[in-house]
Design a protein around this ligand. Structure first.
Ligand code: HMG
Ligand code: MG
Length: 302
């Protein structure tokens, strides 16, 4: 078994993590979180989304957050853009990468972005072209690649269908997302297998929510297939407002601890990362949703 020697992590905490928070989080706190993540060695950060503020009020300060970040050389800042309106607003803030986001499940596509899979692709195509022309990288998030809150299990053929469409419109890399965190390792491997005819392994990212506590196992199963790009959320923040009951992404702290323990490099300073997680958790008035963060904080206290 040969595993990657290095893993690239994208922290999606400021976006996926905070989008579901009911309490207001000021832009200044989001900006500070981004600063702390980059100080901890994260070189990819998903900062915010340019979606309708009526649908996701927490992301209404998208431009303020993007414009408030003191950018660090070598860090890639990405944002979600569901349509041309979102892209036009996003481009003014100079993201390095935009993310169009579709779903392998029709029902989730309707609930999340108010259109069918086919319609979403029609909307994404001009956005992808405009971004590439402007020299902005393009990622495609594929939600519900193993399970859907409305349709239940999702067949790998549905993932293949979406991956093929993403490739056709020029998306450069894709996220294989377990939106509701219900996947188990073999199911996740099947979703990745279904994506591989369209995107090589270097252009596939794992994006695993941890609702059922399977995300680390799913990460290991993906590593075994050669996947070396993963998304995670500091302090395990988050969830999708249109996937009821789904909790946050696997915490970045837990992933980094596992990878370092396996001798896989991430470039991340775990102690500084734990500090970043403690910062946002303190603000939210709760403990980090990360076993590793809790263990390290307890050890420091004791
Ligand atoms: P819609 O209502 O069908 O859009 O929403 P519309 O084009 O008919 O426009 C209706 C109104 O929305 C208009 O305003 C537009 O101006 C406005 P009004 O005239 O009523 O005042 N509007 C916008 N405003 C700001 N930015 C925009 C924008 N577009 C339209 N970009 C839409 C369609 C996609 C906008 C809506 O469904 C939406 O915003 N959805 C948000 C979904 C979302 O953010 N979900 C969470 C992120 S995805 C996720 O978490 C999953 C992921 O993590 C992977 C995984 O885990 O699976 C990525
Ligand atoms: Mg997500």
């Amino acid at each position: 078994m040969s595993l990657p020697s290095r893993v690239q992590l994208i922290d999606v905490g400021p976006r996926d993590g905070l989008q579901n928070e009911k309490q207001p989080v000021p832009a200044s706190v989001k900006i500070e979180l981004v600063h702390r993540l980059q100080a901890a060695g994260l070189t990819e950060i998903e900062v915010t989304s340019f979606v309708s503020p009526k649908w996701v009020p927490q992301m209404a300060d998208n431009a303020e957050v993007m414009n408030g970040i003191q950018r660090q050389a070598g860090v890639r800042y990405s944002v979600l853009t569901p349509n041309a309106q979102g892209f036009e607003a996003a481009r003014l803030t100079k993201p390095d990468e935009i993310v169009v986001f579709g779903a392998a499940s029709e029902a989730f596509s309707q609930k999340n972005i108010n259109c069918s899979i086919a319609e979403s692709i029609e909307r994404f195509a001009p956005v992808v072209q405009a971004a590439l022309t402007a020299g902005i990288a393009v990622r495609g998030a594929m939600s519900c690649t193993v399970g859907c809150p409305y349709e239940g299990d999702i067949a790998p053929e549905r993932v293949a269908y979406l991956a093929g469409l993403m490739k056709q419109i020029g998306v450069q890399r894709v996220d294989v997302a377990d939106t509701i965190g219900a996947g188990t390792p073999l199911k996740v491997q099947k979703a990745i297998e279904a994506t591989l005819p369209y995107f090589d392994v270097d252009h596939i990212c794992g994006h695993f929510h941890d609702t059922y506590g399977q995300a680390l196992a799913n990460t290991l199963a993906s590593l075994q297939m050669g996947v070396w790009n993963f998304q995670s959320s500091v302090a395990g923040l988050g969830g999708c407002p249109y996937a009821k009951g789904a909790t946050g992404n696997v915490s970045t702290e837990d992933v980094v601890y596992m990878l370092h323990g396996m001798g896989i490099a991430t470039g991340i300073d775990l102690d500084k990362l734990v500090d970043a997680g403690a910062f946002i958790s303190d603000f939210l008035g709760r403990k980090p949703n990360s076993n590793v963060a809790k263990a390290i904080l307890n050890k420091r206290a004791g």
